[in-house]
Ligand binder design. Structure first.
Ligand code: COA
Length: 174
């Protein structure tokens, strides 16, 4: 079941290929767009007018505010010390760990193939470079890059100049 009955979709949400996503127990805000092969787990929240590009994984207890861009193949996490089993060898269940929440604030952008470790906040308007591994909170409007991600700039300058150029967004539809 690609889109479970437990999903709450806002108005005019666009899901490019409904048979190629896996959504369950999550909320997606008005006018957001979701590409192919995206998984959004239960108790994840996507705001309004977001773009979630193909192949991204948004796990339990991730909150994404309005107008956030998620690139292709972005991986969220919610357990910093994951284990398959408990010490007695029994498979771990939901009762055996506490999910760590992540917040992505409005108008932030996360570049393709970035990994966001759990329990973090990505600030308003911040930009995560492609391929980054984010291990610490990202301040509002910071540009961070690398493994581990470090601050390399400020989006106030970059996005202002891009907006002025009037160039269309050439990113793929999904
Ligand atoms: C972060 C980003 C915005 C920087 O762009 P920019 O301001 O034009 O930066 P520059 O190319 O001038 O690079 C500035 C420095 O950051 C480094 N850098 C840029 N992108 C980087 C990345 N993804 N990872 C690590 N370092 C990066 C450059 O090597 C350079 O370092 P140097 O000064 O030591 O040579 C851009 O590289 C990026 O990753 N954008 C996201 C693209 C994306 O994923 N889009 C979504 C799908 S289409």
């Amino acid at each position: 079941m690609p889109i479970a009955s437990t999903v709450h979709l806002g108005k005019n949400v666009r899901i490019y290929h409904e048979d190629q996503v896996n959504l369950y127990g999550c909320t997606v805000g008005d006018e957001s767009r979701i590409g192919s092969f995206v998984e959004i787990q239960k108790n994840a929240t996507i705001g309004a007018r977001c773009k979630i590009s193909s192949h991204s994984f948004i796990c339990e207890e991730v909150t994404i505010e309005d107008e956030v861009f998620i690139g292709h193949g972005v991986m969220f996490t919610n357990d910093r010390f994951p284990r398959a089993t408990n010490l007695d060898g029994m498979p771990r269940t939901e009762a055996d760990w506490a999910v760590e929440k992540t917040l992505v604030k409005r108008r932030a952008s996360i570049g393709s193939n970035a990994t966001i470790l759990s329990g973090l906040t990505v600030g308003e308007g911040a930009l995560i470079a492609a391929g980054s591994v984010v291990t610490r909170d990202v301040p509002d409007y910071a540009i961070v890059a690398g493994v581990p991600a470090r601050i390399i700039g400020d989006t106030h300058k970059k996005t202002a100049s891009n907006a002025r150029s009037g160039k269309p967004n050439r990113g793929s539809g999904n």
